[in-house]
Write a protein that binds this ligand. Structure first.
Ligand code: NAD
Ligand code: DAU
Length: 349
């Protein structure tokens, strides 16, 4: 098989590329990525010399480029991860999210359709999406695949829109598609604008830990390596036209997660108990902040046998170890434009 992975230089994408290279040495993997601030080829340094791996720098918002790419290559499958992915950035610049996440996805659908339409046999377009399309839960209940869409941020609205287009191409043009909606991922190579790597980096540097609102919002955390495994199973065995929810059955309020992280960091850095906690600073809440996400992934377990492999405590400790052992990676990604982003986002909040 020849698989096109978009956004393979990002956080989850780099784990997916690594997973497929390790488990499917007979496949050819092409990684297409624009290398935005979030894309980093250093995320794939350990695998980029594999003979069955190729990187192409390119932009999914360029429809002509994609049409040519598909004509020049015989891709059997697409795993589409390329996106603008940070909610806070979508509040500052919504249009960029529409262009990349909606137009970019439609461009990819068009290119796959044009190339494959004479024979869809053995082809698959896999769209990676988020649980945020379902909106926000109260204290009870979980998102199932039947939960109506109710996005609140420009990011989740753009992902919801892209999901609708993927389903529309299945229903209208019989394009063989599959979609998954996953909860919050954590692990190595995550850009330190997202909660866990941002807070690890700030604790190391003794900088304030900016908790939005009261820290009561709840997220369902999944180790990124387990997400990559779920993507493998869904790509190979998922039903055409189907949606699968992926989650960790692992709900944490932000403040409880941050307290756990502070305890782990104190132990790892040899600081006194309670030292890192003193950095917690409550700041203005995120606009439109969803209260709670929780994923019911029983369909995925029942139909395809997937389950998360490790506990959150173990996964978080592995994650902390990775960031502490890879300070150079952190320093590299936080130089340049990151400083400007950080000041704009947090100084004076
Ligand atoms: P990320 O921001 O770390 O990576 C996104 C990648 O897409 C980067 O490498 C970037 O360079 C690339 N990209 C952006 N615009 C592009 C363009 N126009 N053309 C080509 N490449 C482009 O994101 P992530 O956290 O790894 O998320 C990957 C996907 O998974 C996204 O679609 C996101 O919506 C989805 N998702 C993320 C999470 C999460 O917790 N991070 C959870 C569920 C779903
Ligand atoms: O649920 C899946 C989604 O998870 C993905 O689709 C998104 O791409 C991904 O970014 C993530 O979205 P969140 O908004 O949930 O993740 P983030 O790490 O930005 O924030 C997690 C929680 O922590 C959220 O309630 C906001 C809060 N937070 C975040 C930051 C960055 C803070 O309190 N302070 C912060 O500085």
């Amino acid at each position: 098989m020849h698989i096109l992975i978009t956004g393979g230089a990002g956080f989850i994408g780099s784990h997916v590329v690594r997973h497929f290279l390790k488990h499917y040495p007979s496949y050819t993997i092409t990684n297409l990525d624009k290398l935005t601030y979030a894309g980093n080829l250093a995320n794939l340094k350990d695998v980029d010399s594999e003979l069955n791996y190729r990187f192409i720098k390119g932009d999914i918002t360029d429809g002509n480029f994609l049409q040519n790419l598909f004509q020049e290559n015989s891709f059997d499958g697409v795993i589409h991860l390329a996106a603008e992915s940070h909610v806070d950035r979508s509040i500052t610049n919504p249009t960029e999210f529409v262009v990349t996440n909606v137009l970019g996805t439609v461009n990819l659908l068009n290119a796959a359709r044009a190339c494959w339409q004479s024979n869809y046999e053995g082809k698959r377009f896999y769209h990676i999406s988020t649980d945020e399309v379902y909106g926000s839960l109260g204290r009870e209940g979980m998102f199932t695949e039947q939960t109506p869409y109710d996005p609140h941020s420009p990011y989740s609205a753009s992902k919801a829109s892209s999901d609708h287009f993927v389903r529309a191409y299945h229903d209208t043009f019989t394009l063989p598609v599959v979609i998954s909606n996953c909860s919050n991922n954590y692990g190595s190579f995550q850009f330190p604008e997202k909660l866990i790597p941002l807070f690890i980096n700030n604790i190391v540097q003794n900088k304030p830990l900016p908790v939005y609102g009261k820290g009561e919002n709840i997220r369902d955390w999944l180790w990124v390596v387990d997400h990559a495994q779920a993507i493998d199973v869904i790509f190979h065995k998922g039903q055409n036209g189907s949606t699968y929810n992926i989650g960790g059955h692992n709900e944490w309020s932000n403040i409880n997660l941050i307290l756990l992280l502070c305890r782990i960091m104190d132990a790892k850095l040899g600081r006194g108990a309670g030292e890192s906690e003193k950095l917690i600073t409550y700041v203005t809440d995120r606009a439109g902040h969803d209260l709670r996400y929780a994923i019911d992934s029983s369909k995925l377990k029942r139909e395809l046998g997937w389950e998360p492999s490790i506990t959150f405590e173990k996964g978080l400790e592995l994650t902390v170890d990775w960031y502490l052992a890879n300070r150079e990676w952190l320093d590299n990604v936080t130089s340049g434009g990151y400083q400007h982003y950080y000041e704009k986002m947090y100084c004076g909040r």
